[in-house]
Structures are given as C-alpha cells and as structure tokens.
Design a protein around this ligand. Sequence first.
Ligand SMILES: Nc1ncnc2c1ncn2[C@@H]1O[C@H](COP(=O)(O)OP(=O)(O)OP(=O)(O)O)[C@@H](O)[C@H]1O
Ligand SMILES: [Mg+2]
Length: 405
Amino acid sequence: MSDSDEDDNIFKTGGIFANRELVRVGHVPDLERVVGRDDEVSAIGQALGPATVGGPPESTIIYGKTGTGKSLVARCVSREAHFEAQANDISFQQAYVDCSDYQTDAKASREMARKLVASLDADIDVPRVGIGAADYRDITWDLLEEYNINSLVVILDEIDKLDDDELLRSLSRARESGKAETHVGAICISNKIEYRERLSERIDSSLQENELVFDPYDAGQLRAILDNRTDAFEPDVLEHDVIPKVAALSAKEHGDARKAIDTLYEAGRLAEKQGTETVTVSHVDDAVQRAEVNRFEKLVRGTTPHVKYILRALALLTVDNPAQEAFRTHQIYTLYLKVAEQAGADPLSEDRVYRLLKEQSFLGVTDSNHTGGGQGEGSYLEHRLLRDPDVVIQAIDGSATGGAP
Ligand SMILES: Nc1ncnc2c1ncn2[C@@H]1O[C@H](COP(=O)(O)OP(=O)(O)OP(=O)(O)O)[C@@H](O)[C@H]1O
Ligand SMILES: [Mg+2]
C-alpha cells in the first residue's frame, strides 16, 4: 500500500466516468436517446397506434444486422405505446420474450405469461414444470380476460432461435379462435436476413402486415448515438476527436452501435486505468486493438498447442518480412520447429504441419493458395496471415496465460 492518503482508497475510480451505465452494454435508454431511427420509430408507432385507442395493433417483422437498434426501438416504442394508451384509458400490455433465452415453444410461452403476470402485478404463480406450452398460453388468455386488457403486443426477439412456430400461430389466431377478446399483435425480430423467406412461408399473412429492415448505421448516425451519451463521461474528459474517430472506425467496419458504444467505453476504461485526465484517440486505437486481441484469443484458446506454434511462426515471418505477403509451407515449418523447441514440445512432421495449415485455413485467420512454382517445380501451397500479426502474437500469449494483460 502507498503511504500517501490519497492513494489509500483501493476502490478509487478516477475522474473519467460520470455515469458509466450509459455506455454499458445492456442498458436500454429512453426513447429520447434513440437517435437516427426516426423512420423506423414512426413505422412501429403507426403499427401500434390503433392499439393505443382500443383497436387492433398491426404485427411487424423487423430484420437487420446485429447492433442496428432493432431490440431497442421495438422495446422503446412499445413502452411508449403503453403510456400513450394509459393516457387514453386503454389497457395495452406488452410482453418481451428473448427467444435466445427461451428456445422452445413451452419456454417462450411461459416467459410470455410471466411477463404479463409481472406487468399486471397479478397474484399467480406460473409453474416452472409439469404443464405444456398450450397451458402457459391459456394462463395468458385467462389473464387478458380477467384484467380486461384491450391489446397485447408480444415482442419475439431473436425469433429465429425458436424451435417451432406454434406460439406465433396461436398469437395470430388468439382472437378468431375465441381464446381471447383482446387484440393480439406481435413484433418479430431477427438478425438473420436468410430467415425472412423461411418465416414468410410458414406463418400467417396477418403477422406480416409490416416488414422493416434496419440498415447498419453510417458514421453520422453513430456519431449522433455516441454524442447522445457523452454525459456518461465527466465534462471535458472526452477529447473532441474521440467520438468522430470511434464513429468513423465503426461505420467502416460494421455499422454496429453496440460495438461502437463498447469501444468508447473501453477507451474510457483505458484512460481511467492509466490515470490520465482525458480520453484521447490513442486510447481509442488501443481499445480497438485490445478488442481484436480478445476476440482472437477466444478463438485460439480452443486450439491445440501445435496450432498455436504454427500460427506464431507465420505471424513472426509476417512481421520480419514486410515485403512478402505469403509464405511456403517449408518456410513456416522451419520456424515452427524453433518455436516448438523453445516451448519444449516434440515437433510434428512437416507433412502434418502442412495438413494442419491446409485443413483449417486457421479459423479464417490464414488463407492458403496454390501457386505455380518455376519451371519443373510444380505448384506449391502458400499461406498468408489475414490478421494483424501483432494481434495474433498477443492473443497467443494471452491464451497461454489465461487472459490478455
Ligand atoms: N438509434 C440508437 N440510438 C441510441 N442507441 C442505440 C441506437 N441503436 C442502437 N443503440 C444502442 O446499441 C445497442 C445495440 O442495439 P440493439 O440491442 O437494439 O441492437 P439489435 O439490432 O437488437 O442487435 P442484435 O441483432 O444483436 O440483437 C443498444 O443497447 C443501444 O444501447
Ligand atoms: Mg437485439
């Protein structure tokens, strides 16, 4: 322990964050903080609009890549619809079901019932086992009747994870089959565009009244999203070029708001750890590199030591020969022998290493190509590293010690 009083607090958090939660993954902000999705917000608003005055909601299907705001917009707009209906003396309920957590018909139906019980504050216990999906749905229909609910909107997030369509079918028929007097609608969400056709073949047209596609965010939108969260940080802590940099990098790479927010958070954490007064673009660069290392480390952790030696050899060759793009198996093998020896391991044969290189193209980390040799040489295989060699080396080191420094 240090002998200065100021350093005695082991829980010291530094002067970087004012409200860390705003940049944490999983935080669901208010509708006012949702930026750059005005058209999507109003499309869902229009679909739910009738239900706020006692009519039937229209169902909507939302597609789009990860981090494009699908879950956020669906949840915020239905929460808003609930308040709007309340102001009109209409009882509008919503139930959010994340199907990646509840992948069977029974589990998802139970979750729907539980959500409804919770928001009505009803005094009933939804059994965990012993009853089937249809029984859970009956609990739901009974509740709707007992509490005189005008409309129910069920958000089925990550619906492609659900193993069948029964829940969806019964939602679309609840009223016509006389199970519920309530108007029932669904918002179905998926980040698998391929799912679109499968879904439309299988389900009722009444569930496909509206279809929305959320595009990846561009740099301007990401900037607005991040600007809207600067109060996560203490005043004057973020240097002026930090957010534009995160937005530009994220737009170029993926257009994913979740990752962009996370990068900003990680940059802040690095500044905090280093005890600096401001967050700079170099913290952003480090945060991006660290995220890459972490992702890569997870991949590498599942591989055998020899795969790691081979990858290290290829990464070292790439660093040492900036002018050369790809390397022959034999060249890699020569260095691999040294790496394996240093690690105290018995090396594999060259043929085995050749096959490992060829077989896997290492998890998308390398690219192997046949190249014609000179005359009489025949063709040979060349391997190229597709990632930053520094990232590869750091990740291999980290995976050996159980975590990057
Ligand atoms: N328009 C936006 N305004 C403000 N914050 C946003 C916006 N879009 C996304 N975010 C933030 O990014 C995070 C990711 O968004 P969201 O969870 O809605 O993505 P998604 O499209 O559902 O992704 P996935 O397909 O991976 O589930 C959210 O937690 C939210 O904080
Ligand atoms: Mg989502």
